[in-house]
Ligand binder design. Structure first.
Ligand SMILES: NC(=O)c1ccc[n+]([C@@H]2O[C@H](COP(=O)([O-])OP(=O)(O)OC[C@H]3O[C@@H](n4cnc5c(N)ncnc54)[C@H](O)[C@@H]3O)[C@@H](O)[C@H]2O)c1
Length: 253
């Protein structure tokens, strides 16, 4: 049984984790940390970390302002922290890396196993095709999303760039430039509408053939499933920075 300390337990993702844990005999939420202090579930909720809190793994789906509290607790107790919150500043990302020297830290801005597999498949396809195929990424999200392109679309482009023979330029907007695309660019395009949870397609367009890799999220549960898998995976790990690539690699073994 993995006892989870859930930071942001009263939020949308926190509540999805609670529902998931209720149906998983291998995990339970032992307590929550939420600035609201409200008790929505059958476990104690604290407004901040304290010495009464014990557990096997921390899952944090809250707000960037909670990061220091989570990391300080992880450093003091060596309990692994799965940080799923997004929107960190460069300083906070450095704080995460610093904490990983003393505590086991798992960080991923996208906890979906499928997206992380898509990233690896896109890297493999790119290695094979980059010389003769043009690469474009199209992402679709609901009409409430503010940022564009999505952080995940950028993460896919970064992963392709990481293994590319040369640096690629990211091109977001073609409407005001009248020129042919160059070989060394990755186009990123955003569609916004309705209640689309999230869709990412990587298009490899070659001479007379097209390869497309698509991931479609149909509910937020996939992020909670990934975070719970990460919590189980992190139990017993030593200090260091871990991510979905490590988890997917272990599943593939
Ligand atoms: N990594 C992923 O795959 C993934 C997926 C979905 C959401 N997220 C991220 O998870 C976070 C939470 O998303 P949500 O939709 O559940 O948000 P939400 O606003 O519904 O919930 C956030 C919760 O955190 C609590 N909170 C805020 N500040 C806090 C603090 N300083 N200390 C403790 N608790 C605090 C709030 O009271 C609230 O209950 C966001 O950053 C979101 O972008 C990540």
């Amino acid at each position: 049984m993995t006892d989870i300390i859930l930071v942001g337990c009263n939020g949308k993702m926190g509540q999805v984790i609670c529902r998931l844990a209720e149906n998983d005999p291998e995990v339970r939420v032992i307590c929550g940390v939420d600035i609201s202090g409200e008790k929505k579930n059958d476990f104690p909720v604290y407004t901040e970390f304290n010495s009464k809190i014990k557990g096997d793994a921390i899952i944090d789906f809250s707000h960037p302002s909670a990061l220091t509290g989570t990391l300080e607790f992880a450093k003091k107790t060596h309990i692994p922290a799965i940080v799923a919150t997004t929107g960190f500043s460069a300083e906070q990302k450095a704080e995460l890396a610093q904490a990983a020297k003393e505590a086991p830290i798992f960080f991923s801005a996208n906890m979906s196993l499928g997206i992380n597999l898509l990233i690896q498949l896109a890297q493999r396809a790119s290695q094979l095709l980059e010389d003769s195929f043009d690469i474009e990424i199209v992402e679709k999200h609901h009409n409430q999303k503010i940022d564009a392109p999505s952080g995940t679309a950028l993460a896919i482009a970064d992963a392709i760039n990481d293994i590319s023979k040369a640096e690629n330029e990211y091109v977001y907007d073609r409407h005001n430039v009248r020129k042919k695309r160059s070989k060394r660019e990755i186009g990123l395009h955003s569609v916004r509408g309705g209640t689309i949870v999230g869709e990412h397609t990587v298009i490899f367009a070659g001479q007379d053939e097209i390869v497309e890799l698509t991931h479609r999220a149909t509910s937020k549960e996939i992020f909670a499933v990934g975070a719970v898998k990460a919590a189980k995976y992190m139990v017993g790990k030593g200090p260091g920075m871990y991510n979905m690539r490590d988890l997917v690699a272990e599943i593939q073994m």
